[in-house]
Design a protein around this ligand. Structure first.
Ligand SMILES: [Zn+2]
Length: 653
């Protein structure tokens, strides 16, 4: 089928006719090559200043792999060694430049008394020399990579203890590795100051719980977790090379920042902290170091346009507030001679810093104002996204290009922030769901062969967006059609090869990968989050449990269960009403007659939550006791879904 169509459409584009290899990546088509060549021509990608900045202060570079206790590779310093020279035609040249810059890995001296470990994880770890040791800022995502980075710093700078720890914000790539550097026991015994923005703990421990499975599955697309690292696969993640999927933990803060300017001396170093909530993260701080003439921008600013909406799925962020926070930073950083952030390389020189911050401030404000302008003119989100372009004065500054957030999906985020999902056209009020619509489109097109032929023509003409749209209906409606899947994979690939933003590239290429290779073999395991979940409020778990209720099966049920936590003394009544699983904390003196009471430690409960302890363990463990009806308790837990997070995305079951 593919071969026959190729013969007919050769005049349209030769590129669509590479030999069909069912399981391998396609080459860049003529259209993709032309699109990428146009990008190379439009921007000054050969400018060496950013590369010099990314290499400035270099001390030492690691190599090899970081493994977890089971020997699984968590981080591979050598896996991006292919990133040198000119961009291959399967990578947008602007993205290639960013990928090379992010691959300047090592320990770097930022200025006197300030160092950064970059490329040991998605984020940077920063060290500041205190009177008695190092003040550690943002100890990476996982215990394994943090411990490695910490040992690497001590090897090259000399042995020093941790004198304080600062978490700049509530995203896991900035605190998850804390226990790899400092144990909870040592932190308590040494009274190590742990500084974080107000609201940090609640946000950090709940962010991924309720939507954990959906977000994790989507994150595996966004970060290209299943993609080979190569010129036709994963090249970068915009903010850094990759995410370390190791063990995540947390340390409870001892000092909270909640003021616009909050001076604090930390291990003899003068800090002025600035609370900047509700923009990049719900809880975030930046800080000035007056003695160092330095400013730390956390993740409020970075060498990319950031996400107003992250494609892994999250609540949308406030573009206007974000821009206003950066306006404040321009003022706070007036005296700064160096600006260092928790992703990417620093900016040196007062004028450069002001220019950098100005562009960061303005890109969010421009997107905000112009999107709202379009909304008030009656345009829909896709229409605004299609036509909005940055002014040349911003567009020529690569640090505001969309390597992580993209202009197009940020425009949609601003629309969503103010107006929500509905574009006000009643035709879109109650559309058919995807598969039902796909079946009708298939019939309308005259069947599978006709629709595939149309999609192939779009592909051959280089119109990959339309090819993917047609392919989506075809793959949904005709689920066993391998030719349709392969064509859809190829359309996704060309879109991925042209994308400047890593989330787009990774989503497209992961979609292509799963069309050819199917769903992940391993289910998602929350076990690696156990150290973090220990600090999560019990009510968050109960809220999460309620969202797993099989409403149909629970519709006529009337069960009451008491959870009695033997270590904390907390007791919760859980009951079903109107197919909703409710809970409330019981007062100490309150007596109640439930159908069953489960007495257990919080830790055992966590083992149940992460799926490590099942029904058998529940009945046999001596950490658990059951009063009342075991049968009813079994019935109760039987009403809860046990999803493993491997749902299809580009196909339908
Ligand atoms: Zn981050």
């Amino acid at each position: 089928m593919l071969r026959r169509l190729c013969l007919f459409t050769t005049l349209l584009a030769i590129a669509g006719c590479e030999p069909a290899n069912e399981a391998s990546n396609s080459a860049a088509s003529a259209s993709t090559q032309a699109a990428n060549a146009a990008v190379a021509k439009a921007y000054n990608l050969g400018d060496q200043q950013a590369l010099q900045d990314a290499q400035r202060g270099f001390i030492a570079k690691p190599s090899g792999q970081v493994r977890n206790e089971q020997g699984v590779v968590i981080w591979d310093f050598d896996s991006f060694n292919f990133l040198h020279g000119n961009a291959p035609d399967t990578v947008n040249p602007s993205l290639w430049r960013q990928a090379v810059l992010n691959n300047q890995v090592g320990l770097f001296k930022v200025s006197e008394g300030i160092w950064q470990l970059r490329g040991f994880d998605l984020a940077n770890m920063t060290l500041i020399q205190g009177a008695t040791g190092w003040i550690v800022i943002d100890p990476l995502t996982s215990r394994e990579t943090a411990a490695f980075a910490w040992a690497f710093a001590r090897e090259h700078l000399g042995e020093q203890p941790v004198s304080a720890m600062i978490f700049t914000h509530s995203h896991v790539d900035h605190f998850g590795g804390a226990l790899g550097i400092l144990s909870a026991e040592d932190a308590r015994a040494q009274q190590t100051p742990i500084i974080a923005p107000e609201g940090f703990m609640a946000e950090a421990t709940s962010e991924n719980l309720l939507m954990g499975l959906a977000m994790s599955r989507r994150a595996s697309f966004m970060y290209g977790q299943r993609l080979p690292r190569s010129a036709t696969g994963l090249v970068d993640n915009g903010l850094g090379k990759a995410v370390a999927f190791g063990r995540a933990g947390i340390l409870p803060p001892t000092v909270l920042i909640n003021e616009a300017a909050q001076p604090l001396t930390v291990d003899g170093v003068e800090f002025i902290f600035h609370s900047m909530p509700g923009a990049e993260a719900p809880a975030e701080l930046t800080f000035s170091l007056p003695e160092h003439k330095a400013f730390a921008g956390a993740e409020m600013v970075s060498q990319t346009l950031h996400n107003l909406y992250t494609l892994r799925g999250a609540k949308v962020r406030d573009a206007r507030l974000w821009s206003e926070h950066i306006q404040q930073m321009l003022h706070y950083a007036e005296q700064a001679e160096v600006l260092f952030n928790q992703h990417h390389w620093p900016v040196w020189g007062t004028a450069n810093i002001q220019q950098f911050l100005t562009a960061q401030r303005d890109v969010y404000r421009f997107l905000h104002d112009q999107t709202v302008r379009g909304m008030n003119a009656g345009l829909t989100a896709p229409e605004i996204a299609e036509q909005l372009k940055l002014p040349a004065s911003l567009d020529q500054q690569m640090a505001v290009h969309g390597y992580y957030g993209t202009l197009k999906h940020n425009v949609r985020a601003i629309y969503q922030f103010y107006l929500g999902w509905f574009d006000a056209n009643p035709a879109n009020l109650d559309p058919l769901p995807p598969v039902a619509a796909a079946e009708k489109y298939l019939a309308l097109a005259g069947g599978s062969e006709a629709l595939l032929s149309q999609a192939q023509q779009a592909y051959d003409a280089g119109d990959y967006r339309w090819a993917a749209e047609l392919g989506k209906h075809l793959v949904y409606a005709d689920r066993d059609n391998q030719a349709a899947r392969e064509l859809q994979a190829k359309a996704f690939e060309q879109l991925g090869y042209q994308a400047e933003g890593t989330p787009w590239r990774n989503f497209y290429l992961s979609g292509a990968y799963e069309l050819r290779h199917g769903l992940p073999e391993q289910p998602f395991s929350p076990a690696m989050m156990l150290d973090m979940l220990r600090h999560t409020d019990t009510r968050e778990f109960l809220a999460s449990m309620a969202t797993r209720l099989d409403a149909e099966a629970a519709a006529d049920k009337n069960l009451r269960v008491v959870l009695n936590f033997t270590d904390s003394g907390e007791r919760y009544l859980l009951w079903l009403e109107n197919a909703v699983l409710h809970n409330r904390m019981l007062a100490t003196e309150e007596t109640i007659e439930p159908d069953a009471q489960l007495s257990l430690t919080k830790d055992f409960f966590l083992q149940m939550v992460i799926g490590k302890a099942g029904a058998a363990a529940l009945l046999t463990s001596d950490e658990v006791s059951i009063d009342g009806s075991v049968l009813k308790l079994g019935e109760f837990f039987g009403l809860l879904d046990k999803p493993d997070g491997r749902f299809p995305i580009v196909t339908r079951p």
